[in-house]
Design a protein around this ligand. Structure first.
Ligand code: ZN
Ligand code: ZN
Length: 88
């Protein structure tokens, strides 16, 4: 499954797995669930299900980031000179 990276301006990168049959969308909605609390909080209760509490999906339309997910293979580096022997 190809992974596509999108970047929410608030939550940063997120990955979406798409089917091969799907076209790559230029934008996807951020799937991050954002929790919010009643402005007064809920003192005395740990339950996050008070009126005014909840969560919502960020849903910000985030642009596709053209970036390969697979770890980039860094080629041998530029350690040139290590094996150089200066002749005198
Ligand atoms: Zn977001
Ligand atoms: Zn809460």
């Amino acid at each position: 499954m190809p992974l596509q990276v999108y970047e929410c301006p608030t939550h940063g990168d997120f990955e979406i797995t798409i089917k091969f049959s799907d076209k790559i969308s230029k934008r996807k909605q951020c799937p991050v669930q954002v929790e919010y609390c009643n402005p007064g909080g809920h003192p005395g209760s740990d339950y996050h299900d008070q009126p005014g509490c909840g969560h919502y999906q960020c849903k910000v339309w985030s642009p596709h980031v053209a970036r390969p997910i697979a770890a980039a293979i860094v080629e041998g580096g530029t350690g040139g000179g290590k094996d150089m022997h200066l002749k005198r």
